[in-house]
Unconditional design. Sequence first.
Length: 170
Amino acid sequence: MKKILSMILVGLMVFGIIGSVLAEELENDLPVNSEEANNGKRFQLLKEFRDEIHQINALRIEILHLRSQVVEKHDAILDLYIEARENGDIEAIKATREVKQKINGINGEIKVIVEQIAAEKEAFREEVKNRNIEAAREHVNNIISLKTTAITKMEDKIELLDKIIDILSE
């Protein structure tokens, strides 16, 4: 009984080893994934947009710089607002409401622009994936113009924040 059981175990081990060797050979015979082959071609296409991508990154840096200015101005406004509330300067607080409404409008415009930029980025990726260089270049140029528009809107917002600071500082 022990001999039969041990022979069955040895037979199963032999079949297991043979099966694993065959499976390993089949793995090596698989064709190269088409996604990996396309990555090299897509990379070559992206190299054509190097200057535009650098320009987009420069615009991103400028936008981030403007955002940091907005945060600093909000911090100053918070301090001035608290001071105005403590001093009972209701007129200054009411005067800032109109400017805040303008800022809310600009924020809405910036939000729409950001959504348009996201849509253009997605369209650019699809065009690069489809190897349509002219359409991709058009999307990149749209991204650049939209980011420039966003920068202009953020500069307008900073001017309005300065106006609020002036109103609350009086």
